[in-house]
Write a protein that binds this ligand. Structure first.
Ligand SMILES: [Fe+2]
Length: 244
């Protein structure tokens, strides 16, 4: 006798977030999804988790992923079509995760229009090894151009653990912070987890994102349901994902 084993259904436990604003779903242009079929699997995964909207954010990191705003928006179209064709009821938009490098500074210098996750908010990341010397100046220049920097996964910059007042300075300067949901599980290591706990305790986060690149991330997100830190974050009512 054969038993058909049904896939365990996933509770929509991230429904409270509404919108995800950090992922890598446009196929083949960074280290995220390699092809459209995989992107569709991931979008289905988002839907199961309860999300209503995805703002996907390919890397713009000039020496590795030389993407442009126009290229990203062009890549978004077939993804939107495939999502509609697959009958998945979820809105999908695109912005970018800008790495602060010389290319980014060139964009700023020439006042090129940046892709925003919403309004005037721009998702930026910095090196995992050390902070750029002129970080504050770049962030200030962004603000001079009316952008609001959203710092992607500040908890992953573990080298800043020794200099925690820096986080406060960034907050005071008007930067917003985005938590990677999987940081609280130890997915990126204990140092990242500890720093996330510190930033959570200080109520420093404005957004939470999946930063989904591949299947392991999706599996990790599916297991977050009873995570006490995520629960607490939900109960705090502080996050603004739903406003996006
Ligand atoms: Fe990312």
């Amino acid at each position: 006798m054969f038993f058909s084993r049904k896939k365990a259904s996933i509770a929509p436990h991230l429904e409270w977030l509404g919108t995800d604003m950090h992922s890598h779903l446009i196929p083949g242009i960074d280290d995220g999804s390699p092809d459209l079929a995989t992107s569709i699997e991931f979008v289905k995964g988002f839907k199961e988790l309860g999300y209503k909207k995805i703002i996907t954010t390919p890397h713009i990191l000039w020496e590795v992923y030389p993407n442009t705003a126009a290229g990203i928006l062009e890549g978004l179209q077939p993804l939107q079509k495939a999502v509609a064709d697959a009958g998945i009821d979820i809105e999908i938009q695109a912005a970018a995760e800008y790495f602060i490098d010389e290319y980014f500074q060139e964009l700023m210098k020439h006042k090129e229009r940046l892709l925003t996750i919403s309004g005037n908010m721009v998702l930026v990341e910095i090196s995992m090894l050390n902070a750029p010397m002129d970080l504050q100046e770049v962030l200030f220049e962004m603000q001079m151009q009316d952008y609001v920097p959203v710092i992607a996964h500040p908890e992953r910059y573990v080298y800043l653990s020794r200099n925690k007042e820096f986080f406060e300075e960034l907050r005071t300067a008007g930067c917003l912070f985005q938590l990677n949901l999987l940081s609280v599980t130890g997915h990126y290591g204990n140092g990242v987890k500890e720093l996330a706990e510190y930033l959570l305790k200080n109520n420093f986060y404005d957004f939470a994102g999946t930063d989904l690149h591949h299947h392991r991330h999706l599996e990790g997100l599916q297991k977050l349901e009873n995570n006490p830190l995520i629960r607490k974050l939900q109960e705090s009512g502080r996050l603004k994902n739903r406003e996006l």
